[in-house]
Write a protein that binds this ligand. Sequence first.
Ligand SMILES: Cc1ncc(CO)c(N)n1
Length: 231
Amino acid sequence: MSQSLSESLKSLASPIINQIYNDDFIQSMLDGSTPKGSIEHYLRADHQYLNEFAKIYALLVPKAHTNEEMNFLLSQIDFVINGEVDAHYFLSEYVGKSYEDIIKGHHHWYPSADHYVKHMYYQVNMREDIAYTVAAMCPCPYVYQQLALKMKEHHSLESNHPMLKWIDFYVEGMDELLEYLFNWIDQSAEMMSQDEVEDVKMNFLQSCEHERKFFNMSYQQEDWMWNNDEQ
Ligand SMILES: Cc1ncc(CO)c(N)n1
């Protein structure tokens, strides 16, 4: 039997995920040396990223075919806004400031985050089929789950490791969601031409690369040149 699209997406993503794992952000999380400013930068960017992510799910509602799909979208909007913020609170503890203080007054998207968010908005606005958007969104939970699993697999982390709660958050909660998203991609791909499938694949892999840029952006505290009033 030939490989499903989602299986091939996972193998194609694997070298990108390995690269992210070896980059500074994750490695410094493991050895506890991430500059606090980088985590704050990440939190400001990710607060906005997740808000947009929830809105993109909302834009998929009119494209849903069944009530079950609509319920899935509703539950994910709730999770992204109200559940995933826990992961942000764990990182704020590391910084030693309140989450609200860290994100207060920050309104723009940093350059790499901007590119990533617009990649997803482009799909939802320009493509009728839900699969293009789902493929661009799926690396969000997938890459984090894979990174978190690798972090646990390669290191025996002490129970007081500063990143343990963040890591466990992404190890534990993502299976069901990912099964749903990958299944959605596979089902839609059955009706698509080879060229369309290639575009879906590209959307997925580009988002994996965006994930890498997002971490590097945070580590380096990347910003636009016009904004010289922060930090
Ligand atoms: C940029 C980004 N990607 C993935 C996740 C995981 O949901 C997140 N919180 N932020």
